[in-house]
Design a protein around this ligand. Structure first.
Ligand code: PMP
Length: 305
């Protein structure tokens, strides 16, 4: 199997195996029913050290997702954290990296009784740059609604939940946009296909609350914590679609997207159509933090080497 990216070793159920051997059988339950949970984590190389950003918070969310679905896992949080660092070292990664822990319900008979199925755990690490190639993106408000927390526990990061994101993403791409914003079932702004959203209006940053049905994003929480250092305030509030159009700035935040300015929504230019000062300041500060240049936030970084 040809490699889709440069990584040589993958962690599988406690052992590090060569790329070619990190396999599951076609009767793996997760392939049929979306019964898997995952995380997306980044590690940043600053020329001297590789720092994993908020490793414990991501591992905690991983375990919470498993708990919500009652999948069970044969490893402790410490074993997964150590496994991540071990895999990064084994792959000799000294560059910016994306880390994908994945736990899927494994091999077994067809059907939904997953109780006796083994949870197969993988940790994939890969060199990774920007998720969006452009500095600022154009999005549409999707005609697909974000799955409601009455239908699925949206605070869990579950593989099956992402069919909703894939529908919205493909619709956006096919119409010439870079990504989509999804509204929730009440018609309020929820989040992107794999990002939380923030809006700047008159110098204040607004973001939908957890009760809007968003994923409790670690980047979002980080920004809420460090924004006051820049004299900025983040307020959680429900946002209407129309408010997006008159925002001074809009941006996506997330592990993959980091801080990505949105320059147009539904064809309407946001602000003056360029990357705004608040997005720019937050993005620069975010990268200083992830590179270990801000002492106050070294607490969020886990050194690999
Ligand atoms: N919402 C969704 C649907 C996501 O998939 C992600 C990415 N995990 C986020 C928000 C952002 O979360 P985080 O900052 O923890 O990556």
């Amino acid at each position: 199997m040809s490699k889709t990216f440069e990584t040589n070793f993958i962690w599988h159920n406690g052992s590090i195996v060569p790329w070619q051997e990190a396999k599951v059988h076609v009767m793996t339950n997760g392939l049929h029913y979306g019964t898997g949970v995952f995380e997306g984590i980044r590690a940043y190389w600053n020329g001297k050290q590789l720092y994993v950003f908020r490793l414990q918070d991501h591992v905690n969310r991983f375990f919470n997702s498993i708990k919500i679905y009652d999948f069970g896992i044969d490893f402790t949080k410490d074993q997964i954290s150590e496994g991540i660092k071990e895999t990064l070292r084994k792959n000799e990664l000294k560059t910016d990296v994306y880390i994908r822990p994945l736990a899927v319900k494994g091999y077994g008979p067809i059907g939904l009784d997953v109780r006796k199925l083994k949870t197969e755990v993988f940790i994939i690490t890969m060199p990774y740059g920007r998720y969006f190639e452009k500095e600022g993106i154009e999005v549409l408000v999707s005609s697909w609604r974000r799955i409601s927390s009455q239908t699925l526990p949206v605070i869990a990061k579950v593989t099956g939940h992402y069919s909703n994101s894939v529908l919205a993403k493909l619709d956006a791409l096919n119409k010439g946009f870079d990504d989509a914003i999804l509204l929730n079932e009440e018609g309020k702004v929820c989040e992107g296909t794999g990002e939380n959203i923030m809006m700047v209006k008159d110098g204040v940053i607004y973001t939908p609350p957890i009760s809007a049905g968003i994923l409790d994003g670690i980047t979002r929480r980080s920004i809420m914590e460090f924004a006051p250092d820049l004299g900025l305030k983040v307020v959680e509030k429900d946002i209407d679609r129309g408010e997006l159009y008159t925002a001074d700035e809009l941006f996506f935040v997330g592990t993959a997207a980091e801080v990505t300015p949105i320059l147009k929504v539904d064809g309407r230019q946001i602000g003056d159509g360029r990357v705004g000062p608040v997005s720019k300041k937050l993005k620069e500060y975010f990268f200083s933090i992830t590179q270990g240049k801000v002492d106050k936030y070294l607490k969020w970084l886990e050194a690999v080497w």
